[in-house]
Write a protein that binds this ligand. Structure first.
Ligand code: F6R
Length: 611
């Protein structure tokens, strides 16, 4: 989704801004722009629809240079993706603003500002902010005071960066509902919506909190909180190397991230297992006390993270008997919910900034839940900071828009949660925890073996290159795995893919099946195998083409119209983790064959920070 970069320094900051935008490209965007105050004190800008590379080319032809500036990648919400709507937006060539988020009362503000004589040159909600600021600046004379006054009139979500030609030594920022981080340098300071944008210039960061306003100068950073009090925010020194921006030997980040899964799953497990037990304290110091009280679990997430939650429901109810409900955040947040006593409220998110998931957590506070827990990949994210308990998945930065290693590490985290909760309440079958801990220890190396199927999957992908529709089938805990497989395929190859519980076929979707419709199925050797086989017969009888990822002991044979890709026998409980990998590879190779933009599929954003 939209990205912000800002810098104030003694050197020319244009290359820093452009590099920052490149590092944010993975988030998805449709136009980009940059504004600086040049050596004559003039605000200058360049904007382009399309990729940052086009902006960079334009910058080579009409070089911009300055010691203070802001830049943006836009993902269109209000107004088409075109140059006129790209940020930065200007008011009278005096103020420039970049904005992430959505201003809900933009229509009313636009009318007011037009009444005051302001001319609008874009269709965006953002343009009201820059004119409002211009008006306040002329009224008050001070940019920080003007920003504090202007944000009082904004309804909605924003992360803002502002520069004004009349005050060329300071960069202003405001955060409400859209993250911002300040990067600290030596005699220079920076701003971004994601620290990744600034890793080339600093490893010291402070994170703005909800309602904060910041004034960033070359040699100082001042912050005021939502009440207007001047506050200090903790500075964090990041240890991890700037590994993320590098694809290494791989053609795409997605393929790199698929192959990283053995290593990152190992990291998710590190420090979380004792000899034959899960360490409850891995979820936080209060976890042991709280887990003993949990009678019910409510899981909230979006997209791929929601699918991880669906798998967890099978584990929690199946292995511990603790009731569990799973819902997408965008529905849950607007629903009146009857909260069961002693319910643990669990959010799952790769980014920790997904607007709907965060809103659901905020609504849950004070609604009667026992406590909140997040399973998240970003330690500094809003979800982590605002939840009572947390388990970091430690998957490392995920750059491909399609979530891969984030999903499997979430599953590992959720299995750890299942075992920790089950033991806290003596609800696990004797010996089960020790058995599954052993299986978890073997998981990284066995995932490496599963990746050995890559060539076979690449071959099968050819069957999909010309297709327009596919069905994914699974039963039981494999149903959410099928849902995740279908989501991966549709988002990066643009082939319409739907997932169904295999038993639902004859209640409608069977009507779609013909020889032009590949049907993908995951078939571990579990208690539902025989039922699944009957469902697959229904598909065969209608001429459907089956592609089955099947346990080598499942007795599935290759026949006309049936491609069987054998999988080694795996533990039934961990099967959803193993069976996810070939489906990720399948969608990857289909997308490559179709020539799509695998890492940045059209219309999608990595971190969905607007509703
Ligand atoms: C799909 C994908 C999305 C995200 C969803 C939630 O590959 O990545 O469906 O899973 O937008 O994002 P997070 O997990 O960051 O809350």
């Amino acid at each position: 989704m939209c990205g912000i970069v800002g810098a104030v320094a003694e050197r020319n900051i244009t290359p820093i801004l452009l590099e920052g935008l490149k590092r944010l490209e993975y988030r998805g965007y449709d136009s980009a722009g940059i504004a600086v105050i040049d050596s004559d004190g003039q605000l200058m800008r360049l904007r382009r629809s399309g990729k940052v590379a086009e902006l960079e080319q334009a910058q080579q032809q009409e070089p911009l240079a300055g010691r203070i500036g802001i830049a943006h990648t836009r993902w269109a919400t209000h107004g088409a993706p075109c140059e006129r709507n790209a940020h930065p937006h200007f008011s009278s060539n005096e103020i420039a603003v970049v904005h992430n988020g959505i201003i809900e009362n933009h229509q009313a503000l636009r009318e007011q500002l037009k009444g005051l004589g302001y001319l609008f040159t874009s269709d965006t909600d953002t343009e009201v902010i820059v004119h409002l600021l211009h008006y306040k600046l002329h009224e008050m004379g001070d940019l920080a005071a003007a920003l504090k006054a202007a944000v009082q009139e904004l309804h909605g979500a924003y992360g803002l960066a502002v520069v004004a030609a009349s005050q060329p030594d300071r960069l202003l920022a405001a955060r409400s509902g859209s993250p911002l981080v300040v990067g600290l340098g030596l005699g220079e300071n920076f701003l971004a919506s994601d620290q990744l944008a600034l890793r080339q210039v600093t490893d010291r960061f402070l994170y703005l909190e909800e309602g904060d306003i910041a004034e960033i100068r070359r040699d100082s950073v001042r912050i005021w909180d939502i009440e207007g009090r001047e506050v200090q925010r903790e500075t964090l020194q990041l240890q991890e190397g700037a590994e993320a921006a590098d694809k290494g030997e791989y053609r795409h980040f997605m393929l790199k991230e698929i192959h990283e899964q053995p290593k990152v799953v190992q990291r998710t497990l590190e420090g979380r297992l004792a000899d034959d037990q899960v360490l409850v304290q891995a979820f936080g110091p209060q976890a042991a006390e709280l887990f003993a009280k949990v009678r019910n679990v409510q899981i909230i997430a979006c997209g791929t993270s929601f699918h991880a939650g669906m798998v967890a429901r099978y584990w929690l109810e199946g292995l511990t008997g603790i009731p569990c409900q799973v819902e997408v955040a965008s529905e849950f947040r607007y629903r009146k919910v009857a909260v069961q006593p002693d319910t643990l409220f669990v959010t799952i998110s790769q980014s920790g900034e997904t607007a709907d998931t965060l809103a659901a957590l905020r609504n849950a506070k004070g609604a009667g839940y026992l406590a909140s827990l997040t399973i998240c990949n970003v330690a500094t994210s809003s979800l982590v900071r605002e939840s009572d308990l947390c388990l970091l998945t430690n998957a490392g930065p995920e750059i491909g828009v399609a979530s891969t290693k984030a999903f499997t590490t979430q599953l590992v985290g959720l299995l750890l949660l299942t075992l920790a909760l089950g033991r806290s309440q003596q609800r696990l079958a004797a010996g089960l925890e020790a058995e599954l801990v052993g299986e978890l220890r073997r998981l990284p190396s066995r995932l490496g073996e599963v990746l050995g199927m890559e060539k076979a999957v690449e071959k099968v992908a050819e069957l999909f290159a010309e297709k327009h529709h596919t069905l994914f089938l699974g039963r039981g805990v494999q149903y959410p795995v099928a849902m995740e497989g279908a989501l991966k395929l549709k988002e990066i190859s643009y082939i319409h893919a739907e997932a169904y519980p295999a038993g639902e076929l004859k209640h409608g979707p069977l009507a779609l099946v013909d020889s032009d419709m590949p049907v993908v199925t995951v078939a571990p050797n579990d208690e539902l195998l025989e039922k699944l086989k009957s469902n697959l017969q229904e598909v065969r009888a209608r001429g459907g083409q089956l592609i089955v990822f099947a346990d080598e002991q499942a007795g599935m044979d290759k026949e006309d119209g049936v491609q069987v890709i054998p999988m080694s026998h795996v533990h039934e409980v961990l099967a959803p983790i193993y069976y996810t990998l070939p489906l990720q590879l399948l969608s990857y190779y289909v997308a490559v064959l179709r020539g799509t933009d695998v890492d940045q599929p059209r219309n999608l954003a990595k971190s969905v920070t607007v509703e």
